[in-house]
Design a binder for this molecule. Sequence first.
Ligand code: ADP
Ligand code: MG
Length: 468
Amino acid sequence: MTNETWGHVRGELMKSIGKNNFSAWIEPITFDSFEDGTVRFRVPAKFIGSWVSQNFGDVILRHLISAGVGADRIEFDVDAKANGAAGNANAAPASEASAAPLTNGDARPSRQTGGGNGGGTDLPGPSLNPAFTFDAFVVGKPNELAHAAARRVAEGGPVSFNPLFLYGGVGLGKTHLMHAIAWELQTRQPQLRILYLSAEQFMYRFVRSLREKDTLSFKEMFRSVDVLMVDDVQFIAGKNSTQEEFFHTFNALIEMGKQIVISGDRAPVDMEDLDNRIASRLQCGLVVDLHPTDYELRLGILQAKAEVYRKRYPDLQIAAGVLEFVAHRISTNVRVLEGALTRLFAFADLIGSEITMDLTQECLSDILRATDRKVTMDEIIKKVCEHYNIRQADLLGPSRARNNARPRQMAMYLCKTLTTRSLPEIGRKLGRRDHTTILHGVRKIEELMAVDSQIAEDAELLRRMLEA
Ligand code: ADP
Ligand code: MG
């Protein structure tokens, strides 16, 4: 058995257990070896191994066997260096439409947009994710403009800005907003022919029409829609004949006054291989970006999703501070945030425990570790100096004056809580101090935070800035 076989089996598993389970449980495990009928995997934490073997052991074995692997058992070894879900956060999502966190597996209704009036040909295209509605979209500073623009388009009044171009990094809600627009428009005006598809699917259809020498019906089909939404347009950048066709479709629809909504991973001007004519056409409409999430938005999203989970698992309690902790520690990508919550609830349900801080730390250790690496001690030192308005030389130097010593202790505390550095490492960095000095500083800040609200606020503020 090779990594390639495992890659194939992973694909099959995603289909059979659903994207949500897949990213929570299968993504974190890596293939290690195959010997004497035993397939060994590495897992980032022990419980992931137990969970996977209890819940998916059989199905994994079955898929391995049908892939021709003569396996009769699977085993899991903990690998502290393994880097799970968060490590994959930047990978291009395989299929946007199936990223639903709160639906069961991939059991989506294949509700089709458009063509509701019985006439005309039915539009092809993937079904919309029923979880991606405006109601389920949490609005905060980083996404309020994009949300407002999407709402406006979804009202379906006279076309005011065309196209609407939404852009932003992975997992920030572009696809969610596009589906929400489609759902809303469809509810308000069932007769509208709405076509949502990814740029990849656009290309695939186009290429197929070329192959089948049937570009005419391709053109007709695209030109017959009232609303066209193309997700992840960066995909066709550099693919010249597809871009050309896209450009013509796009122009034809704009001329007919049809609404177009497009998303991309960056601004049109920043897409190097995108046809200049397309880029400038995109610029003519409304271009809005989804910013990386901030702490408030993350917490809001976690609270909203936890509410949904509470209905599903009515007996599960979440300890105070857990959601705040997760919102602090898991960075911008909402998909990773959701994966973490899914896992927490599943794990707590499995062992029948309240979701405590300890459980959270164990259960999410791989994701937390991956996030840890983001904040460096240098950044901490820099931010602390800026915040307290002192020089780095004073922070790192020997001065015992309170207005240097306190910020120094704050830096110790932040290095200890925001990075995985050891006390001696932190000591070396912070002016070659002994590890006991560091421990003392960390404790001091912890004590003060409980009684001095200014210190608690400083710590909170600095942490947010560093993790933003
Ligand atoms: P993108 O298309 O930008 O990569 P998605 O729209 O697929 O991101 O969002 C990733 C996941 O995060 C989805 O499950 C989506 O529902 C969720 N999500 C993103 N932003 C929000 C938000 N503001 N409120 C609620 N859920 C969100
Ligand atoms: Mg998307």
